[in-house]
Design a protein around this ligand. Structure first.
Ligand SMILES: C[S@@+](CC[C@H](N)C(=O)[O-])C[C@H]1O[C@@H](n2cnc3c(N)ncnc32)[C@H](O)[C@@H]1O
Length: 238
């Protein structure tokens, strides 16, 4: 057995959206690593629970507790310490699978570990279905057609940057909408795109919410797992 560090996308929430390759590699892993909250809860691990190693094949775990903070020095310190732990497992010739919600390299923590570990180790990345693809499927709405442009922006951008993106692009997905909901609603109104926007939370999970009419949304923070999809409403007439 040879050491391998594998970032595996487990999709946005519905376990049936885990790819065959991801399921096999998760089941075969010696060590499972994932980001979790203070209580040890991990969305990625919950999604993957059905494909984790069977009871005959105990898997070690490297949980990585990541506090909700925008202070990058805290996060970077945690990635440094976690990379040391993962490196120790790789030095013992273990296959380490890092579980990633959605796709590993789309707004994911995996990229920070990969940059610390890839020079010295064999690595593999298995793509996953991201929340963006899951959102357009849940809405049954094409993200882009013909010559439309498409941009992704984060709720952590300023209101001015979000307005500019909404004005410059036909289709826009606004990620990390939870705490930024009020700012995003204001940006949509300023860019005159309120009627073009839809809101989704917990896509692919039993608690999924879809709001086609965002005028109904309260100007208050929502859950972390939420986003807006903005498309041209008049595209059917082109
Ligand atoms: C750190 S990013 C991770 C993105 C993930 N790697 C992906 O491929 O979708 C977290 C953000 O993704 C979005 N997100 C991820 N999963 C979601 C879901 N199931 N429902 C709604 N939004 C989701 C939310 O905007 C959330 O704040």
């Amino acid at each position: 057995m040879s050491a391998l560090f594998i970032g595996v996308g487990v999709g946005p929430g519905d376990p049936e959206l885990i790819t065959l390759k991801a399921a096999r590699l998760i089941g075969e892993a010696d060590v499972i690593s994932y980001i979790c909250n203070e209580a040890g809860q991990s969305q990625a691990k919950n999604i993957a629970s059905a494909v984790l190693g069977n009871p005959q094949r105990l898997q070690d775990e490297i949980p990585i507790f990541m506090p909700m903070s925008e202070d990058r020095s805290i996060a970077n310190g945690i990635y440094d310490q976690s990379a040391v732990k993962i490196q120790a497992a790789l030095d013992r010739n273990r296959k380490v699978v890092f579980l990633c919600e959605g796709d590993p390299l789309f707004f994911g923590s995996f990229g920070y570990l990969l940059e610390r570990l890839k020079a010295a180790n064999a690595c593999l990345v298995v793509p996953g279905i991201s929340s963006v693809q899951a959102a357009s499927s849940a809405l049954q709405l094409p993200l882009t057609v013909l010559t439309e442009s498409f941009a992704v922006v984060s709720g952590r951008h300023s209101e001015t940057e979000i307005v500019r993106t909404l004005q410059q692009h036909d289709s826009v997905v606004i990620m990390k909408a939870g705490r930024a909901r009020q700012k995003i609603l204001q940006a949509l109104a300023r860019a005159d795109r309120t009627a073009d926007a839809r809101y989704l939370e917990y896509i692919g999970r039993p608690e999924q919410v879809i709001r086609e009419d965002i005028e109904q949304l309260r100007q208050e923070p929502g859950p972390y797992f939420s986003l807006f999809v903005v498309t041209r409403s008049e595209r059917g007439h082109r």
